[in-house]
Design a protein. Structure first.
Lengths: 306, 306
């Protein structure tokens, strides 16, 4: 018999319990509070981190988030298997990224302003078609973005460490060809996880390589950005706009200059929520892998951080 | 030798001339003003209508728009071949429709309001995935919308007169099953042309069949809507919002109640502009069809109106 601790926000707890119970997983008892027999934890990294020291029988942690930084902090135990959520966020990220790209290209805010004045505004719209988008990081999220971009007729570049398996990338770039990758881009989207290699990868040099009037979107991690460089690129008009969903410090402090930077959209880490339906399905499949001795999906390497 | 009259807005004239001249079409002289030898006109229906009576040698008119109503008015001559622009608007219409759907689902305006107050807003976002969209009219535009909807994981219904050739429609409906088609829809998009059969097809009965809190988007023609019924559905909250790009009278008069209707977005007939690059290419191909005795693409039937 295994014992599962479910650690999620209050708003999601009932939904997760309903999904887990309806699956009637074999050999599994489920609890939402500490118990000395717990060998399996499923939930949010911030909540799990607090419990880690007490869980003497811990074997496996399934994160309900993609990002597991809270569990990678120095000094925390690493004597268990850690798996994260992957493969379920691509569609949500595409909705987010293309929602904002279309907001800009199709002048939605400008047309709203005209409407407030009862003013017919037949000014020409832009289009995504033919524009160049660069995706930093081509995992499951970057691949979905590439597919959506291709659907809208964009030219797609991908920057990865090595793999070249996504059919929707028109041209691949690898280290150290970062500025070739960025050269002349209309749109740059960062999907990279937070690792030592990705810190401040978006800086003045990279942004300067983009086309004048381009758009930058960050759905990866806040640590990937040099904040001062981004503000300068927006303030000087080299970038038309930027959309930031993630930040080095979350919630973003009220005094942070980002709040008042023109042409910057702040979205409070809402780009790809972990919907219980998706994450529960992912856990159920992984639980069956576990009890049947198969390899777990989406295992995180504590060293590389993803 | 053929003589082509190019009749477009000033802002587009140079672009069209450049495309036409660079193609070096055989046996073709191009002019932008009246001449008694003109046998071919390419341009905007409203401008062409004014010239029609004078063009004694007219054989063929290629419209740069999809909508050719100005040339179908009673009393106008019909002794020439009329072709319209098709097949180039699908991508632009998808950008438009999904731009507004994502604006709504992803709470973009709500997050902008929070940002104005320097307020972190982690409220859950919606998603298009799993939602039901119904496309009224499955021509090249409706088919592209269906493909985009499928890409975003939506369930897609199509309402057509007969054909069932689009692979991205999950279920087809035909006359008289309009209320079955609309039943429980989250999103309804009208792409139908203006014909006697499509007038006021969107009325209180059809809207009432949709899910409470649904979205209606009109990129077809303004005549398809019963305006009072739509305002009532928005005012009473049955619809969450509506997006109207086309109107019975354009420009929409400043005193029209649509301007002040809550949750209504007005976009001034900008959803799918005729970009010279697209339309010129379409004309060039059709010109080669013409002089080589092949059937013209996209010929309009003066009786059915499309």
């Amino acid at each position: 018999m295994h014992k599962l601790l479910l650690l999620t926000k209050n708003r999601d707890r009932e939904a997760y319990l309903a999904y887990l119970k309806s699956a009637a997983l074999p050999d599994l008892e489920i609890t939402t509070s500490f118990d000395s027999n717990i060998d399996l934890v499923f939930g949010e990294p911030t909540l799990i981190r607090e419990m880690l020291p007490q869980l003497s029988k811990l074997v496996w942690v399934q994160s309900s988030w993609a990002g597991v930084e809270p569990l990678l902090e120095p000094g925390l135990r690493r004597d268990y298997m850690l798996t994260n959520a992957r493969g379920v966020f691509g569609g949500l990220m595409s909705e987010f990224v293309f929602g904002y790209l279309l907001l800009y290209e199709r002048k939605i805010l400008q047309r709203l302003a005209a409407q407030k004045e009862s003013r017919w505004d037949p000014s020409l719209t832009g289009t995504l078609r033919g524009k160049k988008i660069g995706v930093l990081g081509v995992g499951s999220i970057g691949s979905h973005l590439a597919e959506t971009a291709t659907h809208f007729g964009m030219v797609v570049r991908g920057y990865t460490r090595a793999s070249e398996t996504c059919p929707f990338i028109d041209s691949y770039y690898h280290e150290p060809d970062l500025s070739d990758f960025a050269s002349g881009l209309d749109v740059l989207v960062n999907t990279l996880p937070n690792t030592p290699r990705t810190k401040k990868i978006i800086n003045s040099e990279l942004l300067a390589a983009m086309r004048q009037g381009g758009i930058f979107i960050n759905v990866g991690r806040g640590s990937a950005i040099n904040e001062g460089d981004l503000i300068a690129a927006l303030t000087h008009g080299h970038l038309a706009c930027a959309v930031l969903d993630v930040f080095e410090q979350e919630p973003l402090p009220p005094e942070h200059p980002f709040w008042k930077t023109d042409n910057l959209f702040i979205t409070s880490h809402t780009s790809a929520p972990s919907f219980p339906e998706d994450i529960a399905r992912l856990f159920l499949e992984n639980y069956l892998n576990w009890i049947n001795g198969r390899k777990l999906n989406f295992q995180v390497n504590f060293e590389s951080g993803y």
